[in-house]
Design a protein around this ligand. Structure first.
Ligand code: ZN
Length: 219
């Protein structure tokens, strides 16, 4: 790991905090795993040690034989905030990136069956690659993005944040009310359909299309 800091496209950096991840935020992905869209957001956490920068390495942990890619819009929080109103959300956001929520699907399925937490399946070392962060000041308002992920050059996932069940605004309002958010925290906003297994030796690349790219090697 080079360092636990996001790099912004304007050259600035910011220490990585807690990663809040949202499950089943795209209906088509919820359905592909046999799930319904939940009535309130499904939230799980990754620690800062899950962070890995562009061109990094992600090792498949020995406890799993089925690590999946999930490409997601990542929202980086720019200031400490609690109980924010929908009108205040934009002022809480430092920027936008593309990330991969690597998931040990076999470990997660076992945890689901036993009613146990997902922390091991989701929060392991280097499970959260994140691209360079585009400053929020680049945009007026909170924009929508197109997402794409390729494994060894073959497109596996395509989506648009216009299809999220809960918007960035709603997620920031909800998370800030339940947990509070701190400068350097980030939100993985959920994955569109097309998740699948990666193998050692694979190159996984993804984009917020026309904005920023991220590549990692699987070992
Ligand atoms: Zn995810």
């Amino acid at each position: 790991m080079s360092s636990l800091e996001y790099t912004f496209t304007d050259g600035t950096s910011l220490a990585v905090g807690t990663m809040f991840c949202i499950g089943r935020n795209y209906a088509n992905h919820a359905r592909e795993l046999g799930n319904e869209v939940p009535e309130s957001p499904i939230v799980f956490l990754k620690p800062p040690t899950a962070y890995v920068a562009n061109d990094g390495v992600v090792e498949i942990p020995s406890i799993s034989n089925n690590m999946h890619h999930e490409v997601e819009l990542v929202v980086v929080i720019g200031k400490d905030c609690r109980n924010v109103n929908i009108d205040e959300v934009e002022s809480c956001i430092a920027g936008y990136a593309v990330g991969i929520d690597f998931t040990l699907r076999d470990v997660q399925n076992s945890a689901k069956q036993k009613g146990e937490p997902w922390a091991t399946a989701k929060g392991f070392y280097a499970s959260a690659p994140i691209s360079a962060v585009v400053p929020a000041s680049t945009y007026t308002g909170i924009p929508d993005f197109d997402l794409q992920l390729e494994v060894n050059g073959v497109v596996k996932q395509q989506g648009s944040t216009t299809h999220m069940e809960r918007s960035v605004e709603e997620l920031v309002v909800y998370l800030s009310s339940i947990f509070g958010l701190q400068k350097g925290d980030c939100i993985f906003t959920g994955t569109p359909e097309g998740v699948g297994k990666v193998e050692r030796g694979d190159m996984v690349s993804c984009t917020l299309r026309n904005v920023v790219e991220l590549s990692v090697n699987i070992r």
